[in-house]
Design a binder for this molecule. Structure first.
Ligand SMILES: [Zn+2]
Length: 227
């Protein structure tokens, strides 16, 4: 039975790492959203400069609701900056805007992993929601093909979160390089940008690790069922 199942303990390291990474991001964002850059360029203008400078003038930069909801939408070539970022010239805002511009430039360049990620997202999102129900039904009915179908769906979600890692690291690498090359920011500001972006990267590592441990747990549960 699932109740006194020790494999649930496998999820604890992922959970701890996720909570820690999340608190690091919140801390870095809170700290560096209060530190203004000397140049005073608002984040959307920083993004605009980077996009135009790299031949991505077609990408629109707009604002969106929420906190840390910043993202690049490859379907509409739109970079959406959250309320705390759009209009702000803080170190955090500039770093986040540059990171999202990095994603837009990935698409511009035809960066393969971003394309793969874009293709996978809709399917994997549906599949990962069905993974557990399918697995549990398979377990209750002791019908192995169904259990493995659930595991396969979950494995796709793990693969997606693995592919996300290089995509995110690359976007941050581009952001740091573009900000440094612009000559608009002090070394101290660039260090702050790195702190924010590195903390954000850690949350993606935590998500991947959590997903991987969940997959391991499903495999162990399926294995145990065999005996
Ligand atoms: Zn990103």
């Amino acid at each position: 039975m699932l109740y006194y199942d020790w494999t649930i303990l496998l999820l604890i390291p992922g959970l701890i790492l996720s909570l820690w990474a999340q608190s690091r991001v919140n801390g870095a964002y809170k700290k560096y959203s209060k530190v203004s850059t000397q140049r005073g360029l608002p984040a959307q203008e920083v993004a605009r400069l980077m996009l135009d400078g790299q031949g991505a003038g077609n990408v629109a930069v707009t604002s969106t609701q929420g906190t840390l909801t910043d993202h690049f939408d490859p379907a509409t070539d739109t970079l959406r900056l959250s309320q705390g970022v759009y209009g702000s010239s803080s170190v955090a805002a500039v770093g986040i805007a540059a990171h999202e511009a990095g994603h837009a430039l990935q698409k511009q360049e035809g960066y393969a992993l971003l394309n793969l990620r874009t293709v996978m997202v809709p399917t994997v999102n549906i599949g990962s929601r069905l993974a557990w129900p399918i697995f549990v039904v398979g377990m209750i009915s002791s019908w192995r093909p169904l259990m493995y179908a659930g595991i396969a769906l979950f494995a796709l979600a793990v693969a997606l979160s693995l592919i996300t890692l290089p995509v995110e690291f690359d976007a941050s690498r581009r952001a740091k390089a573009m900000l440094a090359n612009s000559g608009y920011f002090t070394q101290e500001e660039l260090t702050g940008v790195s702190a924010v972006l590195n903390a954000a990267a850690l949350t993606y590592v935590a998500s991947f690790l959590s997903a991987l441990l969940s997959l391991l747990r499903l495999l162990l549960l399926a294995q145990r069922r065999r005996r």
